[in-house]
Design a protein around this ligand. Sequence first.
Ligand SMILES: *Cc1c(COP(=O)(O)O)cnc(C)c1O
Length: 223
Amino acid sequence: MSDVAAGLAAVRSHIAQAAVAAGRAVDAVTLVAVSKTHPAEAVKEAIAAGHRVFGENRVQEAAAKFPALKAACPGLELHLIGPLQTNKVRDAVALFDVIETIDRPKLARVVAEEMLRSGRRPRVLVQVNIGREAQKAGIDPDQADALIAVCRRQYALPLVGLMCIPPAEADPAPYFRLLAEIAGRNQLDVLSMGMSGDYAVAVGLGATHVRVGTAIFGHRDVP
Ligand SMILES: *Cc1c(COP(=O)(O)O)cnc(C)c1O
């Protein structure tokens, strides 16, 4: 078994344990394998191990790596999990199947316009800056309901859920609970929360998607 296949198997097994412990169905949680900074070869190993859902945080890097992988593997699903600038929206809508990082009305508008222009409709999530950190992307939790309403009513975006990255050094549980609460009161089903260090906690608190890089692909050389 390759290191990537072993990493995937270990993470899948931990997700299953956390789901069972929480009384949730194991298949209620989708593992998004975060392949940023890792070469296409690593993604191919994951594909060979049966994995199909991947996450990248930079449009340019994903555009260099994934078109060939997608052509070779039709069931592949690619998530954008990093900040999106409006000048990259055209490439992002063309390449990604899910855009997890809608965090401002202007971005929602530009993405909606590009969907109309191109005819492609990747599903979208609103990213919430759940710890209200100055350096982090995402909409403030107090403004999340309003942005969700704008995405739906003003721009008719295919909005399915919310995404967050809790503060690095804190207990993530209260932040995951807050994200679940915002999603619940807005009837949003998808909760993208949990990374290598805290995905089991996230699964216990309702994550439908966990975004795991290091625990599958190993440490990243480039930040
Ligand atoms: C890099 C990244 C991840 C994966 O982080 P790991 O700690 O390597 O699992 C998850 N979510 C986002 C938004 C990321 O940028």
